[in-house]
Write a new protein. Structure first.
Length: 138
């Protein structure tokens, strides 16, 4: 969907006035994705910690198991440790297809930078062996 600069500015103003935390989270997702401005990316990642249920939902018409919100978070997890820690949190609570998608994303990160992967698993309080086993079995 195309958004003009004036559309983005209106969305930013609406975001600033929004008090509902769930709605603010959707604004943060949209603004992070469309503007790639650091303040919205960081806000989106930080709010993701409190919006796990939204991340795991897929009420869209997308032909995909993972939600667009999850996919954006997974994208940021490749370079942002806070986003990566949320993926590890999803390992603990996810199941079925959600868990398979998270395992696939973690596998990519582990291949790219095994040391970062290990440190993030440790910081998230997740046994690395558990995640490796999950990756291998998915």
């Amino acid at each position: 969907m195309y958004l003009s600069e004036s559309d983005i500015e209106k969305i930013k103003k609406d975001y600033e006035r929004e008090e509902d935390k769930s709605r603010r989270y959707y604004y943060e997702y949209l603004l992070a994705k469309r503007t790639q401005e650091e303040q919205y990316i960081i806000a989106f990642i930080n709010s993701s910690k409190d919006n796990i249920s939204i991340i795991l939902e897929n009420n869209s018409s997308w032909i995909s198991v993972g939600s667009p919100i999850y996919k954006q978070l997974a994208y940021y997890s490749k370079t942002n440790d806070d986003a990566l820690n949320i993926l590890f949190k999803l390992v603990e609570i996810g199941d079925g297809a959600d868990l398979a998608i998270v395992a696939e994303d973690l596998f990519e990160i582990q291949k790219i930078n095994a040391k970062r992967f290990s440190e993030a698993a440790k910081n998230a309080g997740v046994r690395e062996a558990t995640v490796i086993d999950l990756i291998e079995n998915e």
